[in-house]
Design a protein around this ligand. Sequence first.
Ligand code: SIN
Length: 323
Amino acid sequence: MGQSKLVILGTGGTIAGRADSQSQGVGYKAGQITVQSLLEAVPDLEQQARGPVQTQQIAQVDSKDMGWPVWRALLQACARALEDSETRAVVITHGTDTLEETAWLLHSLLPPIKPVVLTCAMRPATALLADGPQNLRDAVTVAASGARSGVWVVAGGEVHAAEQVQKVHPYRLQAMRSFEGGPQALVEEGRVRWLVPDAPFTRPALPVPKPSDLLSLDELPWVEVVFSGALARASGVDALVAAGVRGIVVAGTGNATVHEDMEAALLRAHDKGVWVWRGTRCAEGLPVAGGSALNPVDADLAQLPVAKARIAMMLALAAQPRG
Ligand code: SIN
């Protein structure tokens, strides 16, 4: 029969959200409507999918509350679908708030052998002009179109790479963007128009655990982001270290510089074995190597936006031999 099936995994989010009235765009409850019901809002979904569609409800969460048990179940479901010779591609419905983190996790861990397409919505499914059905249709179009393998995010008619996607607006429909670049493709009237040539799949050279080791964990190593700026203090960092944090990503000023009081605390943390990566709180750009006393090696500069760097550090810590 060949690779004909599309697997759609539901995790919750605003795309599955329900409000008390059609005009309510905030204050609704995310993760209320089943993924199977979401399909009913897209009349030609099977046609766009070019074959049968199979759904699985992985979770019903507001993605701000994303936890390791849901990520683990999602990873397992994706791995099963990628291994299944009858499955062509995977679509995942997800909240917008931590979508860039889930996209990064999947990009870091899944083999790039089939398309895995995440989608979302800014308005609940009950809204007068809900954006979820169009986003879901577009995601299915991308997944079924023989799209490039790897992890993609489809929203607002745009296709973003997992490495680049970021949520940049709390309300408007066009809330996702590609960091330091534009979208990779556009979805127009049920067709995908790629804007960039197909390129070899790459991942940053950061360690990740073996899937079997990762899936046996009850939780991922604890990593926090601290924010440096005017009046930044040492005490927050000291408290995290005392509480057992394993890693800290500092959202530094400008070129990943850190307030001297906080920097002293981070150096103390580093000396106690806590991993410290310096990133920048700037909305654009990444830190350029050279010049800081904080980390002895510039490799500890986070060459990712801090939200993704935090997940990358969790995975890198989880890949360390267990002592
Ligand atoms: C969520 O992230 O689950 C809620 C917000 C959204 O999907 O836009």
